[in-house]
Design a protein around this ligand. Structure first.
Ligand code: FNR
Length: 353
């Protein structure tokens, strides 16, 4: 699917999807860390009636997946987020709407997908509160505050100049703030838009508690890696955390999420839900995430590959592949359900059990 997407996508859009920050070490390490996880399969367990059904973010799901928030999807396909969300709705998978989505949250919710609204901490608190109100009115099931973007990571592919976001691809939910100003040349001006105009680097735990206080929706914090931050997230009232390094697009050199996940799960100790993203490429990775203690995963780039390669049917194909692989892997590992998958033992290649 990645190859098919690469063959149909402009160089600019491809760099936007594929790029990480700095030397892209963390981006590469995300995949390697999942590859190094080894599962200890159980045998002689009846898996004839196996199911991957569970609940994520309070929502019933047929597989423990949700769509990661990803910006500007009309850059990859004219229908953008509406196509991805329609495929998510058909798969029964929740769709996280990026604050920088190129379709409105109302249009995305109209697909019938269960939605979660992702927010960055904005300098413009009025706009921030307005977005919360729109998310509530559109029927979003939760808010997801991304906490690993005090400023935009150093994305060298974007900064090296050749990258131009088409004028038609705008942040549809931000009106003037991210619409007109964001159109046109990206690269340095894109970074300036995000860091000087939109994002506020002053986010503190007191602010997180304030966000918690101004909405009745469940609050998810995305971008947690340190177990102490996981505990602070619980203290601030988070209902869920996402162990994430933003797909290697923020701090280059940050730990891979498969490496960070177990300590976060320990620190949370069941007090809120733990999700993980960054490097999930197939059903076996999902099983590994469950075995490491996650309740479920956010799928990122693979869905954009499906979108670029084939619109909504392309996204559906990616969901189907991941789901089939997960069901097969669960059978082969002796897991009739998600709870048993979360009890699988793991080791790290080269290390002990
Ligand atoms: C992202 N990600 C992201 N995260 C977020 O909180 N808000 C956003 O608007 C975006 N936008 C975005 C665009 C693109 C093109 C990518 C690839 C990623 C990060 C995303 O939610 C998720 O954390 C990563 O994509 C996970 O890494 P992998 O599995 O896609 O490599």
């Amino acid at each position: 699917m990645r190859a098919a997407a690469g063959a149909t996508t402009t160089a600019d859009a491809w760099n936007f999807v594929e790029g990480g920050s700095g030397g892209e070490h963390t981006m590469r390490e995300n995949g390697l860390a999942f590859d190094r996880v080894r599962l200890l399969p159980r045998v002689a367990v009846d898996v004839a009636g196996r199911t991957a059904r569970t609940r994520l973010l309070g929502l019933p799901v047929p597989v423990p997946l949700a769509v990661a928030p990803m910006a500007y999807q009309t850059w990859l396909h004219p229908d953008g987020e509406v196509a991805t969300a329609a495929a998510a709705a058909a798969a029964g998978v929740p769709f996280v709407v990026s604050m920088m989505a190129s379709r409105t949250v109302e249009d995305i919710a109209a697909t019938g997908a269960a939605t979660v609204m992702q927010l960055y901490w904005l300098r413009d608190r009025g706009l921030f509160r307005e977005l919360i109100g729109r998310a509530e009115a559109a029927g979003c099931a939760a808010l997801m505050l991304t906490v690993d973007v005090p400023l935009l990571g150093r994305r060298l592919r974007d900064m090296r100049g050749g990258l131009v976001r088409p004028a038609t691809v705008v942040a549809a939910n931000l009106g003037g703030a991210g619409g007109g100003a964001g159109a046109g040349r990206a690269g340095r001006s894109e970074v300036a838009l995000h860091t000087k105009v939109l994002f506020d680097p002053s986010l503190s735990w007191a602010d997180v508690a304030w966000v918690r206080s101004v909405t009745r929706l469940p609050l998810v914090l995305k971008g947690i890696l340190d177990p102490d931050d996981a505990a602070l997230a619980v203290d601030a009232g988070a209902d869920a955390v996402v162990v994430s390094n933003h797909g290697g697009r923020q701090l280059d050199g940050a730990v891979a999420t498969a490496t960070a996940l177990p300590a976060v799960v320990d620190a949370i100790a069941g007090r809120c839900e733990v999700l993980v993203d960054s490097g999930i490429r197939g059903g076996v990775d999902v099983l590994k995430a469950l075995a490491l203690g996650a309740a479920g995963v956010l799928v990122g780039r693979p869905l954009l590959w499906g979108l670029a390669a084939g619109g909504a049917p392309g996204v559906t194909r990616v969901f189907d592949l991941i789901s089939e692989e997960l069901h097969e892997a669960m059978a082969l590992a002796g897991c009739p359900d998600v709870d048993s998958a979360r009890r699988l033992r793991t080791s790290v290649a080269g290390g002990g059990c």
